[in-house]
Design a protein around this ligand. Structure first.
Ligand SMILES: *[C@@H]1O[C@H](CO)[C@@H](O)[C@H](O)[C@H]1NC(C)=O
Ligand SMILES: *[C@@H]1O[C@H](CO)[C@@H](O)[C@H](O)[C@H]1NC(C)=O
Ligand SMILES: *[C@@H]1O[C@H](CO)[C@@H](O)[C@H](O)[C@H]1NC(C)=O
Ligand SMILES: *[C@@H]1O[C@H](CO)[C@@H](O)[C@H](O)[C@H]1NC(C)=O
Ligand SMILES: *[C@@H]1O[C@H](CO)[C@@H](O)[C@H](O)[C@H]1NC(C)=O
Ligand SMILES: *[C@@H]1O[C@H](CO)[C@@H](O)[C@H](O)[C@H]1NC(C)=O
Ligand SMILES: *[C@@H]1O[C@H](CO)[C@@H](O)[C@H](O)[C@H]1NC(C)=O
Ligand SMILES: *[C@@H]1O[C@H](CO)[C@@H](O)[C@H](O)[C@H]1NC(C)=O
Ligand SMILES: *[C@@H]1O[C@H](CO)[C@@H](O)[C@H](O)[C@H]1NC(C)=O
Ligand SMILES: *[C@@H]1O[C@H](CO)[C@@H](O)[C@H](O)[C@H]1NC(C)=O
Length: 537
């Protein structure tokens, strides 16, 4: 999450950064064993006794037949492999395919194109969603104002009034990055394969605005206040008949905050966040959010950017603009040069940018400087840059990653947790196709000149990278639900596809009598290690 870019001068509290820095430091200390780092240097508290690896939970897998635990209702669901394949193939394809009956005889039929894709949306008590919006003046997402102005246009925020020919006229909004849960909820209301009959549903969506809820209490509230909605919510949810069917394993929720905010591992008052995702009920569910944690039931989906096209043609028009854009800057960086970061790679990158003179453009998002909330300012710089540096922010990920993709600016990553380990449903597995990777564990690793490193990349590779980045644009935008895109699949479509496949895998484990908890909520800190990712320069 990139505080400086997103909230810029709106930020009210140093505490936010201190807490998150300490959190990230803890994580760095505990997971990566960069023993050189030391809490005293930065004056933040570090949890020394907490062994991350041990606390990552693994569930016992007993070897009895789990299919008996779940009654027949899940077997009555169509065997999804057919329709999922149709879905993966081509959004516009009508699956006119063979389906087989129980007896194995093949019949040709016009299969219901929603088979295997039906989603049931829970009618969650308004205290867990609508009331939060109604009382939007209490939602303070790291800004000195409240969230109310951002709620208009189905959570996209106000339309950009003066796009200055930098943006397309009608499809850009002042979108707040914390509103993913509202945007997703509004979008799913127009999903083609909704059902009111939960027995038909392949997945159950629970529109609990967990991030907005918790955002009110992250700073200065005791843990019982921070956890209270989580307890109330799972209590309500597990009493619903839908829960019984698969013990919640077909349920998912979406959060606009990083998953770590919901992963408080102890009841020490000084620990960060809520423990929503460690409640036994919640472990059985999947959560999609802007940044996943090390646990297998958390999935990352893109941050909402400010571009919300209503038609395929708007996407094509934007892609064409980015293709033909002149790019006088070799690289750019949008962020805040904060003095307290002198020891991190950010300070170094900013120094390098300044030293590279007119090869690099620094967009200073510091308090009182450019308003990096306004996409006009960000796009003005990114669209004129070949590469965009994306060092980890206060957490691993940043919305800026998606701004750079939108601008056709090739992202340069320094840590696998910023994108490669995260957005697996949305970004190509082969990361060398769309990005440059300079693995840097800490500032002492950063010995090369960024400008010279980037200059060495041959023009042909730059062109191929840029084309791949531009091709990714539709996959990372959240289209305007007022009219759905034609042939293109957007970030929402890919997220739905990803979660349906995930749940179908769990369901097929149950079908063959395996324990569905195997691997479901296990921790996998390997996700965030550097090892599988070689240098990708
Ligand atoms: C809670 O955390 C603080 C700071 O890390 C530590 O000093 C304290 O001993 C912890 N308390 C308990 C009960 O573990
Ligand atoms: C499943 O439902 C059937 C009736 O539909 C019932 O006879 C059976 O006992 C149920 N099994 C379990 C494990 O609940
Ligand atoms: C999807 O199907 C439509 C019509 O069948 C076709 O025009 C289009 O090229 C296909 N797209 C892909 C990506 O295969
Ligand atoms: C966008 O709107 C501005 C003024 O609102 C207008 O001058 C301009 O021609 C419009 N651009 C396009 C491409 O429609
Ligand atoms: C579900 O029920 C509600 C209220 O009865 C209705 O408005 C809605 O159209 C139904 N949705 C579907 C997909 O049938
Ligand atoms: C937590 O804070 C709330 C109000 O902020 C208070 O009512 C409650 O007693 C506190 N709980 C504990 C355990 O301190
Ligand atoms: C979670 O799922 C397991 C089966 O995988 C089930 O036994 C358990 O009861 C579920 N937990 C809750 C709280 O429903
Ligand atoms: C490249 O950056 C280094 C500092 O990192 C600077 O000393 C050097 O002058 C820059 N070279 C060019 C050609 O800009
Ligand atoms: C990944 O992409 C690069 C660049 O397109 C290509 O050269 C390489 O062979 C690909 N690697 C794999 C494993 O597909
Ligand atoms: C679904 O049906 C296909 C074809 O009948 C079969 O090969 C496959 O194993 C089934 N999948 C599951 C999960 O039952």
């Amino acid at each position: 999450m990139e505080r400086s870019v997103v909230t810029g001068k709106l930020c009210n509290s140093q505490l936010w950064s201190v807490v998150l820095i300490s959190f990230v430091l803890c994580f760095v200390l505990l997971c990566f064993d960069y023993s050189a780092l030391n809490g005293e240097d930065t004056g933040v508290t570090v949890l020394e006794n907490n062994n991350f690896a041990n606390s990552v939970s693994t569930q016992d897998s007993k070897s009895h037949d789990f299919s008996s635990l779940f009654n027949d209702s899940i077997f009555l669901l169509p065997n999804n492999s057919i329709s999922i394949v149709g879905f993966v193939g081509n959004k516009t394809d009508k699956p006119m395919i063979k389906s087989s009956t129980k007896e194995g005889e093949e019949v040709k039929s016009d299969v219901d194109s929603c088979l295997g894709r039906y989603i049931f949306v829970h009618d969650v008590p308004s205290q867990f969603n609508e009331d939060l919006l109604r009382n939007c003046e209490l939602l303070t997402p790291g800004s000195d104002k409240n969230m109310c102005p951002y709620l208009v246009n189905l959570g996209f925020g106000p339309q950009i009034e003066n796009p200055q020919d930098v943006l397309l006229n009608n499809s850009w909004f002042l979108t707040n990055q914390f509103l993913l849960e509202v945007i997703f909820h509004n979008r799913i209301k127009n999903y083609k394969c909704l059902t009111n009959d939960s027995s038909l549903a392949s997945a159950i969506f629970v529109p609990f605005y967990a991030g907005l809820d918790l955002g009110r209490y992250l700073w200065g509230f005791n843990i019982s206040v921070r956890d209270s909605s989580a307890f109330g919510f799972v209590k309500w949810l597990t009493e619903k008949p839908e829960w019984k069917r698969m013990g919640g394993r077909d349920h998912f929720l979406v959060a606009g905050r990083i998953s770590w905010d919901f992963r408080r591992q102890t009841d020490n008052e000084s620990d960060w966040g809520s423990k929503l995702r460690f409640l036994p009920e919640s472990r059985n569910m999947s959560m999609l959010s802007v940044e996943a944690s090390a646990w297998n039931n958390d999935f990352a989906i893109p941050y909402p950017t400010c571009f919300h096209p209503s038609k395929d043609s708007e996407v094509f028009q934007w892609q064409d603009r980015m293709r033909w854009q002149t790019r006088p800057y070799l690289f750019s960086f949008a962020g805040a040069p904060r003095p307290e970061y002198q020891n991190s790679i950010r300070g170094n990158l900013i120094d390098q940018c300044l030293a590279s003179k007119n090869r690099c453009r620094l967009l200073d998002c510091n308090y009182g400087a450019t308003n990096c909330n306004n996409p006009v300012n960000v796009m003005k710089v990114f669209r004129r840059s070949v590469f965009c540096l994306q060092p980890a922010g206060d957490s691993y990920t940043r919305r800026s990653v998606f701004d750079s993709i939108l601008a056709g600016c090739i992202p340069v990553f320094f840590h696998p947790g910023t994108a490669y380990a995260q957005y697996k449903w949305h970004l190509p597995k082969n990361y060398t196709k769309y990005s440059v990777y300079i693995p840097v564990k800490d500032v002492s690793d950063l010995t090369m000149n960024i400008n010279e490193t980037l200059l060495q990349i041959p023009e042909s590779r730059v062109l191929a990278l840029r084309e791949e980045v531009i091709k990714l644009i539709p996959s990372i935008v959240y289209a305007n639900p007022r009219s759905t895109l034609g042939t293109l699949e957007d970030a929402f479509d890919l997220a739905v596809k990803g979660i349906l496949e995930r749940i179908e895998k769990v369901r097929s484990m149950i079908r063959v009598g395996k324990d569905p908890s195997i691997g479901f909520a296990d921790g996998d800190d390997y996700k965030y290690t550097f090892s599988p990712y070689g240098s990708g320069i």
